[in-house]
Design a protein around this ligand. Structure first.
Ligand code: AMP
Ligand code: ZN
Length: 140
């Protein structure tokens, strides 16, 4: 009875981490990354192949394969990830300014590639934060 419970707990824990997932390895610090932010739930690091002058990846520490696998249960986590963006943008010097004067400057794109048709390559859900002066590399 106790063993069954322990097994169930173990299954729950291993479900959180995917052994073959490169982003899970980054979470466990088995793979290096250029870390920008970390808390108990979220990690932010630099994309190794930047498509823009600033290119960060915002990931949940728990393994969620795609945005398509998310539900209302993930609203707080997804909200926390999105709400980090303005602070990250200020720190990276890509925040929008000048909207009051009618000449906005700076800015960024927020992208979540999802599944094969969404051209997702790494199946651990992530938000791309890309910004900085144009031109950027041509997107796919
Ligand atoms: P996606 O096509 O949306 O799945 O994006 C995956 C992103 O992860 C790409 O922009 C890659 O350049 C990036 N990437 C892959 N491996 C690593 C890594 N080890 N460290 C940082 N970024 C990575
Ligand atoms: Zn993962």
């Amino acid at each position: 009875r106790l063993k069954a419970l322990k097994m169930q707990k173990h299954q729950e824990v291993i479900k959180m981490i995917d052994r073959d997932c490169i982003f899970c390895k980054i979470v466990k610090k088995e793979l290096p990354s250029t870390l920008v932010f970390e808390n108990e739930r979220i990690m932010v690091f630099k994309d190794i192949h930047p498509a823009a002058p600033v290119h960060l990846l915002i990931i949940p520490k728990k393994h969620i394969p795609t945005l398509s696998h998310c539900s209302e249960d993930d609203a707080a986590l997804l909200g926390e990830m999105m709400a980090l963006i303005p602070k990250l943008a200020r720190e990276e010097g890509i925040a929008v300014s000048g909207t009051e004067t009618g000449t906005p400057q700076g800015g960024f794109r927020v992208v979540v590639n999802t599944g094969p048709d969404g051209k997702q390559d790494v199946y651990h859900m992530h938000i791309h934060l890309m910004g900085g002066p144009r031109p950027w590399k041509t997107p796919n």
